[in-house]
Design a protein around this ligand. Structure first.
Ligand SMILES: Cc1ncc(COP(=O)(O)O)c(C=O)c1O
Length: 379
């Protein structure tokens, strides 16, 4: 017998309660029964995003909402800032390019967070900048960016919006959208929301909606105004992923039951234990200064092939961890702890890591990583 486990930062493991709901006979999306589901989802999402604004739901992967946050907010001739500290920061630039939007990159060394002062300086030196695009967690490097501080910078700039890709962030750590002055917050279903891929979310502040009113870039499927009209009637403009929505209602219920504070505390603890464990094995973090509570990016020790290590996780134990992308390929592995994970899940993945490193010739005392994790949990 072989079990399978996902420790990748999306998709993540699914709670049985959610899976069972999604297996129920499908309903029709124009029936009152579905409207009730949608009404509950709307409230749950506002709770999760910590906003009084509407959270739009799209049937797409997260990138769809990212694209929408460019095509719906900007107009021809606009100029924006893009924070690029990994694959997903680069994606913001690629989307801007596809829409003919000029962007000024703020390049950050992979594994580091952006300094909000750089954003402040860029905005001061060029007041024509209309938006700042960034990630909450840059999933390719395991870094968390200082979103609260950047929100503080943007609050003082009337003509510029802050757009946060929180696909790896919402439901992991505290990011009260309204309180921090975040203008657009994006998320996706296959991370802390404990669902399969297929849903994307976008919440917009009043300031952001003014940008939408003016926007003249081409758009069709990802049309925020059209979707806003529909959602107010507990509808979506087009056929939604009905079963995923039913699953979403359940995952939002689970999150509400646990409570946001407890959800954030759990993630923080799982992250702390994972970091302590890998350090105890003599490994270094890829983002030592600002590691994310969503995932831990670990440098593979000298002489060990990271891709081979990732393959062996699956071959030996049925565990999927993520490899490094692009320039980090073969150099890091990424272990996720966002969504449906608990203490023993982390003890298990650390134990597997120990056995594999041992097999690959890395010398350390067996059990040291597990012990370090246990000490965090007991502490
Ligand atoms: C931070 C971040 N942004 C964007 C994406 C892209 O989302 P999707 O693959 O759902 O389009 C991901 C997915 O891993 C992500 O982690």
């Amino acid at each position: 017998m072989e079990k399978k486990y996902l420790f990748s930062p999306g998709p993540t493991m699914l709670p049985p309660e959610v899976v069972l709901k999604m297996a129920e006979p499908i309903m029709h999306h124009r029936e009152p029964e579905f409207e009730k589901v949608f009404a509950e989802i709307r409230e749950g999402l506002k709770f999760l995003f910590q906003t009084k604004n509407e959270v739009l739901v799209f049937t797409s992967s997260g990138t769809g909402a990212m694209e929408g946050a460019v095509s719906n907010l900007l107009s021809k001739g606009d100029k924006v800032l893009v924070v690029r500290g990994g694959k997903f920061g680069e994606r913001w630039g690629e989307i801007c390019k596809a829409y003919g939007i000029e962007f000024i990159p703020i390049d950050v060394k992979w594994g580091r967070a952006v300094d909000p002062k750089r954003i402040q300086e860029a905005l001061t030196s060029d007041p024509s900048i209309r938006a700042v695009y960034i990630q909450a967690t840059e999933t390719s490097t395991g870094v968390v960016h200082p979103i609260k501080e950047i929100g503080g910078v943007l609050r003082r700039v009337d003509g510029t919006v802050l757009v946060v890709d929180a696909i790896t962030g919402i439901g992991v750590f505290d990011m009260p959208m309204d309180q921090w002055g975040l203008d657009v917050v994006i998320s996706g279903s296959q991370k802390a929301l404990m669902l399969p891929p297929g849903l994307a979310f976008a919440a917009l502040s009043e300031k952001a909606w003014k940008f939408v009113e003016r926007s003249n870039l081409p758009k069709y499927y990802f049309d925020f105004k059209r979707e806003m009209k529909a959602i107010q009637k507990n509808q979506s403009a087009y056929t939604p992923a009905i079963s995923l929505m039913v699953g979403l209602r359940e995952s939002l219920r689970l999150i509400q039951q646990e409570g946001l504070t407890q959800v954030f505390r759990r993630h923080e603890r799982l992250a702390r234990a994972t970091r302590a464990a890998v350090k105890a094995l003599g490994l270094d973090l890829f983002a030592p200064e600002t590691p994310s509570p969503a995932l831990t990016a670990v440098k593979v020790p000298e002489g060990i092939d990271g891709l081979k290590l990732q393959d062996l996780f699956f071959e030996r134990f049925g565990i999927t961890v993520a490899e490094g992308q692009d320039r980090a390929k073969g150099k890091i592995i990424r272990i996720a702890h966002l969504g449906y994970y608990d203490r023993l899940d982390m003890v298990m993945v650390i134990s597997a890591l120990e056995m594999l490193l041992h097999e690959m010739g890395h010398r350390f005392e067996l059990g040291k990583g597990v012990k370090a994790a246990e000490e965090v949990f007991l502490g």
